[in-house]
Design a protein around this ligand. Structure first.
Ligand code: UDP
Ligand code: MG
Length: 322
């Protein structure tokens, strides 16, 4: 087979009209220096702005660019998964569109890949231009997740990484729906290494990860890789029950000695409130897991593709065996 695609660059995009042209330009500049075949696959995750039209225009002029349009917003992790499903390259790179992950780092990743590493992840040595809230919550989350799971998920790494075709196939064979891709990459194993980089400020526009989406991702990460929250509540429940029992015995003995009524309203109300809180908390945690079990059992596809631009062209250009 000649003319094979060596590199697939996956770029998930959601309402990125302000950055898309610059992002394309920088990625093309970097990839053109390599002198090996590549494709850049934009996964348009249901953008409501002119992102789609902008990428359409790019596709018309450049056959190495592909565009997959989702029928609606399915989320960042679904977009990455779709990219891996359609990618043809031997090495697959996932990068955000907003240039926070500098495209130049891809060259360093490729170097490591050529040395024999099968996963090269980008480790954020420093984060620039992000709110203190985001920095603190991200840092705490990565460490919390690490302390909860037996899978060695590296801290301070996002989805910016290069994976070998082998790793991509392994990931494709995992059927779960609420995906925490960076965790799954650690889970599948293979020879992994890191390259450090400084995470810059967004080129333009604002984050497409509001608190709600961040929390969803955090819970996906925790629930897919740890049972601890489920078990912790039973320990805490047991402890509270123990305290309650001791308190009850103490109060009863005291009341009997002092010839008082056994009913103490204040004590009753506060302990009840505490217990209710605890019960609801445990239900909530169970709900997080059960909701995900429900998702898996429905077995719906992770995303729906509306159209696939330049797919045939790229196929014809590179995939015909001679
Ligand atoms: N993104 C996406 N779907 C979404 C949210 C985000 O495809 O529902 C894309 C977004 O366009 C960007 C990448 O995922 O290319 C990371 O998002 P963002 O930069 O907003 O996240 P942050 O860097 O602020 O965590
Ligand atoms: Mg970003």
């Amino acid at each position: 087979m000649i003319n094979k695609i060596i590199y697939s660059i996956i770029v998930p995009v959601y309402n990125e009209e302000l950055v898309i042209n610059e992002s394309y330009k920088r990625l093309k500049e970097v990839m053109d220096t390599i002198k090996e075949n590549y494709e850049i696959i934009f996964i348009n995750d249901g953008s409501k702005d002119s992102t789609r039209e902008k990428i359409d225009a790019i596709c018309k002029n450049d056959e190495n660019i592909r565009l997959v349009n989702f029928s609606r917003n399915f989320g960042h992790q679904a977009a990455i998964t779709a990219g891996m499903d359609v990618a043809k390259g031997d090495a697959i790179v996932v990068i955000d569109a907003d240039l926070q992950d500098p495209p130049e780092v891809i060259l360093k990743m490729i170097k490591k890949w050529k040395e024999g590493y099968e996963v090269v992840y980008g480790k954020r040595a420093k984060r620039e231009g992000e709110s203190l809230f985001k920095k603190i919550t991200a840092k705490t989350f990565y460490r919390l997740l690490k302390s909860m799971t037996s899978v060695d998920i590296p801290v301070d790494t996002g989805d910016f990484r290069l994976i070998d075709r082998k790793v991509c196939e392994a990931l494709k064979s995992l059927p779960e729906k609420n995906r925490y891709v960076r965790g799954l990459v650690s889970w599948v194993g293979y020879k992994q290494t890191a390259v450090e980089f400084v995470r810059h400020e967004r080129f333009a526009g604002e984050t497409k990860y509001p608190l709600k989406k961040m929390l969803k991702l955090a819970f996906d990460g925790i629930t897919s890789f740890s049972y601890k929250p489920l078990t912790i509540t039973s320990y805490v429940g047991g402890m509270i029950f123990g305290f309650g029992l001791i308190g009850l015995m103490f109060e009863t003995t005291k009341s009997i000695i002092n010839h008082q009524s056994l009913l103490n309203l204040g004590l009753l109300l506060t302990t009840n409130l505490m217990m209710f809180g605890l019960i609801f908390l445990s239900f909530g945690i169970m709900g997080q897991y059960i909701g995900r079990i429900f998702d898996e059992s429905k077995n719906r596809p992770m995303y729906i593709i509306d159209s696939n631009i330049n797919y045939r062209k790229v196929e014809q250009k590179y995939e015909i065996s001679v």
